[in-house]
Design a protein around this ligand. Structure first.
Ligand code: IMP
Ligand code: MG
Length: 180
């Protein structure tokens, strides 16, 4: 698997340091709130697993799954809820935990949908951010790293469902995409 990687963009150590910084900030900001972390599967699962352990206050977690991509690298703009949340959102301060904010379409749609369920508040924590690619007006409240307009994999992020288990964030060799 490693042989498919052109270069490492963010190392394991850099990821851990940043996730702990964000966890500390969230623990402070939400100490008098009713925190519910909502993770959007599958890309954010590793960020979620590390972030929740870096949070030192009471927190609940819930998961949902949407599809906005096929096997390719471009957004379709179509968002479909594949698995909905288990918990009702009323009374909770929701923090959406995302792997990457790219066009923003996925999260924009989800935020609209979840707001209709009357949470106390709803904010966004994203590990990666590609601000140059934004197509809708949406900003992250907590953002780990700004990445260039390149397709990245690892630490939960996939290409055609592979590479999620890489412990770092990297860029694939161009010939890997060419094979499809
Ligand atoms: P958006 O709706 O364009 O913001 O896309 C959000 C979703 O697209 C993310 O949650 C990822 O699953 C996927 N995505 C966007 N950019 C990348 C990338 O560079 N690598 C892997 N997945 C990506
Ligand atoms: Mg995702």
């Amino acid at each position: 698997m490693q042989e498919d990687i052109l270069r490492v963009l963010i190392t394991e150590e850099e990821l851990q340091k940043k996730v702990h910084e964000i966890g500390s900030r969230i623990s402070e900001d939400y100490k008098d709130k009713n925190l519910l972390l909502v993770s959007v599967l599958k890309g954010s699962v590793i960020f979620m697993a590390d972030l929740m352990r870096a949070i030192t206050i009471h927190a609940r977690v819930d998961f949902m799954a949407v599809s906005s991509y096929g096997a390719g690298v471009k957004t379709t703009g179509v968002v479909k809820i594949i698995k909905d949340l288990d918990l009702p959102l009323e009374g909770y301060d929701i923090l959406m935990v995302e792997d990457i904010l790219d066009s923003g379409k996925t999260l924009d749609y989800l935020m609209d949908t979840l707001r209709q369920r009357n949470p106390k508040s709803i904010r966004i924590a994203t590990l990666l951010n590609k601000p140059d690619r934004r197509e809708v007006n949406i900003k992250a409240d907590y953002s780990g790293f700004v990445v260039p307009d390149e397709f990245v994999v690892g630490y939960g992020l996939d290409y055609a469902e592979k590479y999620r288990n890489l412990p770092f964030i990297g860029v694939l060799k161009p010939e890997i995409y060419a094979e499809n």
